[in-house]
Design a protein around this ligand. Structure first.
Ligand code: ZN
Ligand code: ZN
Length: 509
């Protein structure tokens, strides 16, 4: 956990007696103070690295090493202020760190109270302070006066660009109106760290969602914005084709929701997949037709004919939630025939808040793609809070819709839900190897340092002992002498876990 606080940003005239003062930092005698107890600034769990910054008015909370217990996905940058008279805080939001950042902000950020300003004419307060210009001048002056090396120069230029980009949010500030841009999260995306594998891009996809155009509760573009904010690469809009309770209010056809969501996707740079859910009673059940070109012709009574039409459009068929609604996951002869005829390509082994262990075996033995999806009807945060939502990890040769489609047809996917993964052993092994680095500290005692580069938590079991490593965490452990481990959050079949040789994870220094 490290926080960079330029000493010059820390004022001694703060109202809080517990606050770090510049003097206090100087007394520590060094340019850098490591492991400084942050109890002094109301953040008991923190340690800090304190150093002078290239330009004065900045508190920078480094995200990367801030708190390893907070998944990277929750570490969102927030520019609280860029007024050179105040203090800028770059902090993750939606997390404990953000709360601490908020406290820091309250302590440091408002030390200099904003003065009401008037325009040159004096008739109206100006909505544009010379904040940006001052900031730029300050930074350039610092860049010139400090004999900066190349990398520092790069870093400062990056910060400069960030400030230029974000400055527009911080400009409006006067007696009439005081904008608090850090309260608005609409433009913040939480990235989820999941590594690419074997030359493929790992695409984070939710292949099942609903809008008001069937029985969902949100307008279609909300689905796109949620998906973007939550770090997904792709979302499929799959409204029920047969069930449209708001049809009298919403006159659009079966493609309308997709079109609205897609438009937002083009704005945000996120892939929106055209789909629909063919919704019948068991034994047929519910099937998502994905990557279709026109949902309207699927609105027919013959379920198999609807699948045929989807497939003729190049569609990919996912058998949804096989254990719902009767809590029985039954592979009926109808499904066996559809699978044999290549009219079912994937099974949703996880849906909403439940998974179907027996379906792991179907995917494994019949070569079907594993998928996990939210089937969200409400707001995503209403159901999953700020946790990582369920998703299908798709290993695509290119980061495009066509890339995702090709990979799904080839069965290159893993279901990811609530810290669990289900998929083929080869894909799970590649994911674990790309996520976990193991460095030997003492070969004789078998002591290792294990780094998890992903936001996926892993649990390893071997030789009668078990340890877990959270997302983006580093731990030190003594391994049992056994070479092979069972990865308990990685399902390759019903009651079957991925096994991995520890030596596959070991790296040189
Ligand atoms: Zn359904
Ligand atoms: Zn559904």
């Amino acid at each position: 956990m490290e926080i960079n606080i330029p000493a010059s940003a820390i004022h001694s005239d703060t109202a809080s007696p517990k606050c770090l003062t510049e003097d206090a930092i100087r007394k520590k005698g060094a340019r850098t103070i490591k492991n400084y107890g942050m109890t002094a600034i109301h953040a008991p769990a923190w340690t800090a690295t304190v150093e002078r910054a290239a330009f004065k008015p900045c508190i920078k909370l480094k995200d990367v090493r801030l708190n390893r217990n907070i998944p990277l996905r929750k570490r969102r940058f927030m520019f609280a202020d860029i007024n050179p008279e105040d203090v800028a805080i770059h902090a993750p939001s939606g997390s404990q760190s953000a709360n601490h950042a908020g406290k820091l902000w309250r302590q440091f950020g408002r030390i200099v109270k904003p003065e009401p300003r008037t325009s040159r004419s004096g008739s109206h307060p100006s909505t544009k302070k010379p904040c940006l210009a001052l900031t730029l001048i300050t930074i350039f002056a610092e860049l010139i006066t400090h004999n900066l090396n190349k990398s520092k120069m790069k870093k400062n230029l990056f910060l400069l660009l960030s400030l230029v980009t974000l400055s527009c949010y911080g400009q409006l500030r006067n007696a009439d109106i005081y904008k608090i841009p850090e309260m608005e999260h609409g433009n913040i995306r939480s990235e989820i760290q999941i590594p690419d594998i074997d030359g493929f891009h790992t695409m984070k996809c939710d292949l099942h969602s609903h809008t008001v155009f069937s029985d969902g509760h949100v307008w279609p573009d909300v689905r796109t914005r949620e998906a973007w904010q939550q770090g997904l690469d792709a979302i499929a809009i799959t409204d029920h084709i047969e069930y449209r309770p708001r049809k009298s209010q919403l006159t659009g056809d079966h493609n309308e929701a997709y079109k609205i969501a897609r438009k937002k996707g083009e704005e945000l740079g996120i892939i929106v997949i055209h789909g629909t859910e063919i919704t019948r009673n068991k034994p047929f059940g519910h099937m998502n037709a994905l990557f279709i070109t026109d949902a309207n012709p699927l609105a027919i009574t013959d379920s198999i004919a609807a699948i045929d039409i989807a497939i003729a459009q190049g569609g990919f068929i996912q058998w949804n939630h096989p254990g719902w609604p009767d809590n029985k996951s039954t592979l009926y002869p109808l499904h066996e025939q559809l699978i044999k005829d290549k009219k079912i390509h994937a099974v949703e082994v996880f849906n909403y808040n439940e998974y179907y262990p027996v379906a792991f075996n179907w995917c494994k033995t019949m070569n079907l793609a594993f998928t996990a999806n939210s089937d969200i009807h409400e707001l995503v945060t209403e159901i999953y809070g700020t946790d990582i939502r369920p998703m299908t990890l798709v290993f695509a040769s290119e980061r495009t819709e066509a890339g995702i489609k090709e990979a799904l047809f080839a069965g290159r996917s893993v279901a990811f839900f609530n810290g669990h993964l289900a998929g083929r052993a080869e894909h799970l092994r590649a994911l674990v190897k790309a996520s976990i680095r193991m460095k030997v500290l003492n070969a004789e005692k078998n002591q290792v340092e294990i780094v998890n580069l992903s936001d996926i938590p892993y649990t390893f079991s071997s030789g009668g002992s078990q340890f877990s490593i959270s997302g983006s965490q580093t731990i030190r452990a003594t391994l049992p002498k056994t070479k092979m481990a069972s990865v308990r959050n990685c399902f390759t079949g019903m009651d079957e876990y991925l096994t991995i040789d520890y030596s596959e994870l070991k790296v040189a220094d």
